[in-house]
Write a protein that binds this ligand. Structure first.
Ligand code: PMP
Length: 402
């Protein structure tokens, strides 16, 4: 027995090997161009329906100019964490503008969106406390809960009765109660019922935390996210999110009441002990934010494209569940078939992300089709027609139940 046997015998490695042998392995494909309406993947130009570049800002000249200027002024790294030598005046400028954009008193920015959840959750809740999570919340939320040592209580997806029942069960416990949800669900593409979550929270004196990773730039006033979409920014305690999607950069943030954010800046380990957001990334976010605030045309185009795609997909009888945003899941409900269909689509010049467990539940394997403001109607039409043909040729009718 070698010490590496557990790695070689791992199911993950065996499955990856099988997929490689059958030419269906879909992960880590190198891209050699900007990701916009198209991209060059392994030398092939494809229609790109698999990015999170919702507003199409990824290759915007003003943002690239801002990033270049920041490198020229500050260099390429901050060489330390925010807590120590890693705070730039540029970070403060961004935090200041972001808090106004989100309508909150204070904001801190993190190196990644993932680190927001793994930093904030353990700081807000610990042993003896309860965190209530939607069963479809993102992996970073689950990890944040695990790291917190609080009891994690899952409620059924977007089911506020179930959340209420679970909150009621713990009504006599003394600890902190915190409810966290994705603002737009990252794979299923539906919007959290945050207005009703906030009502339940107030009955039980629970904190509310919405992760707007996919909602920033997409929902709400100028794209201020899910709380703004419902007009309940005041009632939501914490708004988190990332810069890696609509904002064409990398990094994350959490916004809230001044005291809570001050506390988090001294208690979130992923904020305190990780190198801060590099100058170019920070400047890119600032430039994106300014564009988003001053020009609604990107968001309008994104929603036009979204409504068009949703209508076409439903006309083609594709199973897209409760999709209502630029993230459209096309359910295939079988992992191998999902890989196969994604490969066939790539052969025909269309990139979509195949998503299987643990990204989604075992029987919910899907193609994640995502739109950007950069797509044209013709591109959307062509992609959906091709997807419909390929899905119907390879996926048995019973999988496509609605
Ligand atoms: N939260 C949600 C809901 C996400 O979907 C993601 C990434 N897909 C993250 C957090 C992590 O963000 P990042 O990739 O910026 O670290």
């Amino acid at each position: 027995m070698s010490k590496y046997d557990f790695v070689k015998n791992s199911n993950l490695v065996i499955q990856a090997k099988l997929l490689r042998e059958t030419n269906m392995y879909p992960f880590f494909r190198p891209i050699s161009s900007p990701q916009s309406d198209t991209a060059i993947i392994e030398g092939q130009e494809v229609l790109m329906f698999g990015s999170n570049n919702y507003l199409g800002l990824n290759n915007h000249p003003k943002i690239k100019e801002a990033a270049t200027a920041a490198i020229n002024k500050y260099g390429t790294s901050c060489t330390g964490s925010r807590f120590m030598n890693g705070t730039l005046d540029l970070h403060h400028e961004l935090e200041d503008e972001l808090k106004d954009f989100l309508g909150k008193e204070a904001v801190i920015i993190f190196p990644t969106g993932f680190q927001v959840n793994t930093g904030v959750l353990p700081a807000m809740a610990g042993k003896g406390d309860h965190i209530f999570i939607d069963e479809l919340n993102h992996a970073s939320i689950i990890d944040g809960c695990r790291m917190s040592l609080a009891q994690r209580i899952k409620y059924k997806h977007n089911d506020i009765f179930d959340l209420g029942r679970k909150l009621n069960r713990g009504k006599n416990s003394a600890g902190v109660k915190l409810i966290i949800t994705d603002g737009i669900f990252s794979m299923d593409g539906d919007i959290a019922k945050l207005d009703r979550i906030v009502m339940e929270a107030s009955k039980h004196d629970a904190f509310t935390f919405v992760d707007c990773a996919h909602a920033i730039g997409v929902l709400g006033n100028h794209g201020a996210g899910t709380a703004s979409h419902y007009g309940i920014t005041e009632q939501v305690d914490l708004i988190g999110g990332t810069f890696s999607k609509s904002m064409a950069s990398v990094g994350g943030f959490v916004a809230g009441n001044k005291d809570v954010i001050d506390y988090l800046s001294h208690a979130s380990r992923s904020y305190m002990f990780s190198a801060s957001l590099p100058p170019a990334s920070t400047a890119s976010v600032l430039a994106s934010l300014r564009l988003i605030k001053s020009d609604d045309s990107f968001r309008q185009k994104l929603w036009e494209n979204t409504h068009y795609a949703l209508r076409l997909m439903r006309e083609h009888n594709l199973d897209i569940g409760l999709a209502e945003t630029p993230i459209i899941p096309i359910y295939i409900r079988d992992s191998i078939l999902t890989f196969r269909v994604a490969r066939k689509l790539l052969n025909r010049g269309i990139y979509v992300n195949p998503v299987v467990a643990p990204g989604v539940k075992e029987n919910d394997a899907l193609l994640r089709f995502s739109l950007t403001a950069a797509h044209s109607k013709d591109q959307i039409e062509h992609a959906i027609e091709t997807i419909s043909q390929v899905v119907k040729s390879y996926v048995p009718q019973e999988n496509l139940c609605h």
